[in-house]
Each structure stands twice: as C-alpha cells, then as structure tokens.
Design a protein around this ligand. Sequence first.
Ligand code: F6R
Length: 582
Amino acid sequence: MCGIACLASPSSGKNCYKALEKLDYRGYDSAGMAGLADGEIEIFKTTGSVKNIEDFAKDFDCPLVIAHTRWATHGGPTKENAHPHLSYDGSLALVHNGIIENYQSLKTSLAECGIGFKSETDSEVVASLIAHESGSPLEKLSKATKRLEGSFALGVLFKEKVILATRRHSPLYIAVTTEGNMIASDVVCFIGLAKEFYALKEGEIAMVTEDKIELYDSQLKKIDISFCELEKDETSISLNGYEYYMEKEINEIPIIMRSFLSRYAKEDLLTPMKKLFEGVDNIALVGCGTAYHACLFGAKVLGERLNMPAHAYIASELKYSRPCFKNTLAILVSQSGETADTLGCVPIFKKLGLKTLAITNTEHSALARECDAYLPVCAGVELAVASTKAYVAQILTLYTLARYLSQEDFDIFSLSHLPEAAERLLGDYSRLASEILPAQRVFFIGRGLDSVTSQEAALKLKEITYKSAEGYPAGELKHGTLALIDKGTPVVVFATNQDLYKKTMANATEVKARGGKVILVAPSNFEKCDCDYFIPLPTLKDEAEYSLVSIIPFQSLAFLVCRALGYNPDKPRNLAKSVTVE
Ligand code: F6R
C-alpha cells in the first residue's frame, strides 16, 4: 500500500534502491526516486515495479535520496502520478503513503494562489502545501500536516539538505544502518543493516541528514530516540532458492509452527490471558480478508471451548456500524498490524470501554502498540501479497489460546505433532492443478470449521489466478448456488468432522448428480465416498487441528494454477500487502 524508503549516505541511490526493492510488496503500479545533486532536486520516475528504476538508481550518487513504490489511489498508474512529487516552487520533493481526505479543498485554495498541479494525486497537493507555508523546513512541515485530514506517512526532501519524515496512521520507521541513516515504511528494509530501529509515533517528526537523526515532538521540541532491538535475521527475507515468496512461505509452514511452539514453550505469553479474559462474557473478533477468516475460525473455537458468544466481524463494516458490546473482549487479528480498517476499530472499542487483544505477526506494529495486550503469531516475515503461513499461524494462535483457557492441564507440547502433519501436506498437487486450470469457476464447500477453510481456499485461488471461486457452508449450496454447478465444475469438499461427515457427503453427491467434479479432502481413516480426486489428511485430534493443515494443499494449488497461467503469484493485479488506507 505504497512504500517509502529514504536514505542519507554518500551512495544513497544504489542503497536506497535496495531498501525500496524490499517494499515492492506494498504496491507495484509505479516507482520513483529523488535526490539532491549540486543543490538541485533531481527526480526519476516510471510506471511499473521498483525494478524499472534500478538502472537509474545504481548511478544516482547524491547524499540525500527519497524513493517510493506506489499502489494507486488518486489517479491512475501513470508516470505523472508516480512519486516523488516536486512542490510548485521546486524547493522540496515528497513521497507519501496514505490518503489525504481534504485534498480537493486544499488544492482549490492553493490554486487560488496561482499554484498549478501536474498530477491527479492528493500527494502533490501536500508537497505544494508544505512549500507554501513559512519558516524552516520543520515549521513548514508541522504547519502543513496540521491542515491535513486522513492518513499519511511522508518523506520530504528539502533543498536545505535535510529529509524530514512524519506520520499519521500509516507506518514509518527510522534506523541508523550500515548504509546510512534510513527512513522506511517497514523494518524489513533494515534487516541485515541495523541492530535497532525506532517506530515514529503519530505527529513526531524525524530529521535525517548524513550525520545524524533527530526527533521532534508535535510542538517541535527535540526529544530523545529510544531505539528497539531489531530481531529479524536476513534469511527471513531472502528467497532461499525459491523463485517466488509465496512458494517459499507455504513451504515454511511446518517451520513456523515449530518456532511458534518453541517460543510459547519458552516465554510465558499465555498466563496474562487469564486476567484479560476475567469478567468477559462475549468475544468480538475483527479482521479483514484472510485475517477475517482467521477470526471466523477463532469465533467458533473460542466460543465453543469457553462456552460464550463469540462473533467475527469484518473491520471495515464494524467501524461504521453502531456496535453495542458489553463485557466483551475485542480480539483484533492482523498479519501486518497496520491494516487501516482493523486499526480503525481500536478507538471504537476503547470508547466502549472494552479490553483489546491484538493477534499479529508484527510485534512493533501500531496494532500491537495500541491494544491492551498482544499475542505474537510467530510466522516470520511474510512478503507475498497472498497470505499463507501467516493465516496458519493466526489460527494456530487462536487455537492455542482456546485450548489454554479451556483446559486446566494444557501443555503446549500436546501440539507438537502438528508441524509433521503440515509437512505431510506439502505435496505435489500438479495433477489437481491441471484439472482446475480449464475451469472458469471453482467452489469450495464444508460444514463448521471446514466452511471457514472453504472461504479461505476460495480467496487464495481468486486473488492470484483471477478465477471465480466461492467458499460456502456445504448445506447452503442447495439454497441457490447449486444452480451454477454443471458438467465438470470443480467442487472441493472439505469433510473433516466425523459427526457431520455423512451430511457433507450427501452434499457431495448432490454435486455429482449435476455433473460436478468432486475433490474430497478428508482424514484417510474416514469411509471413502465417490469422488474424482482425493486428498487424504493424516489423523488428527479434532476439527480445529484439521483446519490447521487442510488449507495447505489449496494454497499450493492456487500457486500452481497461477504459475500455469503465467501470472506472478507474489504480485497479484490490483492488490498490495499492508492495506494502510480505508
Ligand atoms: C489475502 C490477504 C488479505 C489480508 C488482509 C488483511 O491473502 O492477505 O486479505 O489478509 O488485507 O491484512 P492484515 O492481516 O495485514 O491485516
């Protein structure tokens, strides 16, 4: 959702490019770079992904550089709309992540002062707004940002030989790295280059030059920077021999399950949960997309095990409804911890006096900071836009939490068999992929938790193959959607619950009777039914454990179909990871 990288060092162009490359997952509509050379601001920008500015960047040797990769919001993915944007007077260049909601009225008032614009973006308005203010660069930025409504992370290169950075809602980090002083949208840029980083707080301004980084509060008073340790190691962002991050991340599922179990065994992360759940009569889980599917899983597992009402909500819907929660614990699930829709629910819950628990893969994220408590999901860095290992880690966290709270003698080692079960499902699904390849639409059905897996499997397939795919509760199919099943339509049937097996099989038979192709996913010890393709699951303890592994073949399937169609699985069209705008 737009990525910003800024660097102050003698060979900034080349190294800033390397940082920006790591932010490619945040958008790939256009990219650009600006630097201060001989007192003048030079800008290079182009459409397409970061790769397209590599040739320019490698010879761009100026001490202060700002760079951007864009996911288009205001204005199409054209060169004119690409960042950095130069102010009307050429005194500064700016990169922006976020949305300025009042940009039209600001644009009109600047136009009344005779200021013209070259792009359709809200970001160019901010560049000229800052330049139009009076005072030092710090004062100009501070005055201008007070007039902005919406969200922003800004990197501004001033002719006065300084880069300033500030944020509201969108993330921004600073670090002293081996390549120079750096500002970035994600700490992945610092991995291997710095031991510590600082997450800018709302309204703070960082001033970055070749020699130093200074921090100012919203009153422009200089404040100390308390850096945090950067734990991630470089291997977590390398492809490790894989061609695509998505494939690498699916294959990491058993590994991340093991690191989850060993971290939860070593650190006492669960004991504080007892206190958090004291006096709670209801649970509300909130997330978006795949994280929302994890919430559906969590609602069923926590609700049933703790014997209390638990409901999952789509964050963007909940935010603008009038929720009436009492004695409710709000659980917010997010891989990035920066999703604007999910983050936007925190103040609503706080206003209602609810306790909040973040379940996130990003421990330094705004969500982890803003909630009363958080549980790490330990999936490691996830860079492919389509979430795979983080989904499994999120549901593993929710399952562990439910088991811990409902079971007196819960022992984390009782989950030790799961990584091996996951490993067994990292198979070769190319034959299945070739059957799915010609289909226009694919259906996924299941009952109970299997209906959640169905929804997640359908989302994976549609977001990277652009095929129409739907996930349904199996019993619902006959209430309308069965009309879409005709000869050869693939229908994946998840059937992992012994008690509901016969009912689900009856639905599979209805599909067969209409000529549909049934792909059955069931424990190998269940009675076989008539199907066209069978994915056997190893025997596990319960329905929730099956959910942890039964999604894996369909993450792989989506990947294989995507590749067979010639698409890039890491960069699905129109999408970006970390959706920091509403
Ligand atoms: C789909 C996917 C998205 C995200 C959603 C929420 O594969 O990745 O649906 O799950 O945008 O993102 P986070 O979890 O970062 O809040």
